[in-house]
Design a protein around this ligand. Structure first.
Ligand SMILES: O=C(O)CCC(=O)C(=O)O
Length: 260
């Protein structure tokens, strides 16, 4: 699947792109079936919320389940990513952030690049984060908030926050967030299950706790150019996979096909 010139221009301008209905209800059901299995596992790559202990994020999924092995090679994710970031992309990270009803905690203001750079030694902010909504994401169940166009600030100073949640994150300082808010509109990325998002490594984003009675699960795939690979291996593989084999897209109906 190819993005149109208008979509590419929108991504350049805003730093993100929302694609409604990219995955069908049947495909979302298949992904959710694999998700429930992964969440039920007592697995070191399932990170739990600090307060409640429910799963916050389940990582390394393409190495744990055939459905996710296919999803990271899905042409509706890989081909748009190749248009933006070049043909040879490796699978850097694969997870589902669930943000459970009542219990899901916040993701502080951050740029993905800070973590990729400080923790993994990635040289340039070229990675792309590709999301698929696995629930309807509304204003109420903890959507991502994006500062539209904030990628124009480039890579900004960050602090390593190991306290606020169970997931250590390099976070953008409040003064910088205030400055960015003066020129960048804040938007909530909402949409029905099956909606996709693509955003770049310098977009400033975060998400509030989920105090609603509705779960909010989002699949996330990070693809990075092989030529821009990690230079540090201090984090576990599920945080930044070591395999630099470029992903090649499968057939469009791969998710509903029985075998890879
Ligand atoms: O799942 C969320 O609410 C935040 C996810 C996020 O910030 C990310 O994928 O970089």
């Amino acid at each position: 699947m190819k993005l149109s010139q208008e979509q590419l221009a929108e991504f350049d301008r805003n730093g993100f792109l929302v694609i409604p209905d990219l995955f069908s209800a049947e495909e979302v059901t298949e992904i959710r079936r694999a998700m429930e299995k992964a969440f039920a596992e007592d697995h070191p790559a399932n990170v739990r919320e600090k307060k409640s202990g429910v799963v916050r994020t389940a990582m390394g999924l393409h190495l744990r389940d055939e459905t996710f092995a296919k999803l990271v090679r899905h042409p509706r994710l890989v081909e748009p990513a190749q248009q933006i970031a070049g043909e040879n992309l490796y699978v850097q990270q694969v997870k589902i952030n669930v943000k459970a009803a009542f219990e899901g905690e916040q993701w502080q203001w951050h740029q993905d690049f800070s973590t990729h750079h400080h923790d993994d030694g990635v040289p340039e902010p070229l990675a792309l984060n590709l999301h698929i909504f696995l629930d309807d994401v509304t204003d109420f169940n903890g959507p991502l908030y994006f500062f539209k166009g904030s990628q124009e600030f480039g890579s900004v100073a960050t602090l390593h926050d190991t306290e606020t949640t169970s997931y250590a994150l390099w976070v953008v300082e409040q003064d910088k967030v205030r400055e960015i808010s003066e020129s960048c509109e804040l938007v909530a990325a909402t949409g029905k299950a099956g909606t996709a998002l693509i955003f770049g490594d310098c977009l400033v984003h975060g998400s509030p706790p989920n105090m609603s009675p509705w779960n909010r699960a989002i699949f996330s795939l990070i693809l990075n150019p092989v030529a821009n690979a990690y230079a540090k291996e201090q984090r576990q593989d599920h945080h930044h996979h070591r395999d630099l084999t470029p992903v090649r897209p499968l057939a469009d109906d791969c998710l509903l096909e029985p075998a890879l």
